[in-house]
Unconditional design. Structure first.
Length: 129
């Protein structure tokens, strides 16, 4: 087998899809050709790709987590507890003032006094005998 012919079968060789006779011929060529051996090794490295861990260590995530939280805080600022307590205090005072104003008797309404009241036992003059 010639180099070009061998190189066309590298993928099938790495996938173990070559028939036995072609595999034997390719391996015999690789034994005698350093250039094809090197090219096969490069192809094998490319196919495998870089090795990456399945789970990165915790120290990998810590800076990323901090950066994400920092960006989130920029977008959604938290009101300070001091500010929130003042807002709550103002709301309570406002509700109290409104409630007191609504339930205060107005000065126009006469307040019941003893001179204007009629006794419940008084009978109208038309019914007196």
């Amino acid at each position: 087998m010639h180099c070009r012919q061998v190189q066309t079968h590298f993928d099938a060789y790495l996938d173990a899809d070559l028939p036995t006779t072609q595999r034997i011929q390719l391996e015999a060529h690789l034994d005698s050709c350093a250039a094809c051996r090197e090219q096969l090794l490069q192809l094998e490295r490319q196919r495998c790709g870089p090795k990456t861990p399945s789970d990165p260590p915790p120290e990998f995530w810590a800076p990323m987590h901090k950066a994400v939280l920092k960006e989130y805080d920029k977008i959604h600022p938290d009101p300070s507890p001091k500010k929130a307590s003042w807002v709550a205090l103002y709301a309570v005072i406002l509700i109290a003032v409104i409630g007191w104003t609504l339930y205060q008797p107005s000065p126009k309404d006469p307040t019941p006094s003893s001179s204007h009241t009629h006794s419940s036992t008084a009978t109208p003059s038309a019914f007196r005998q």
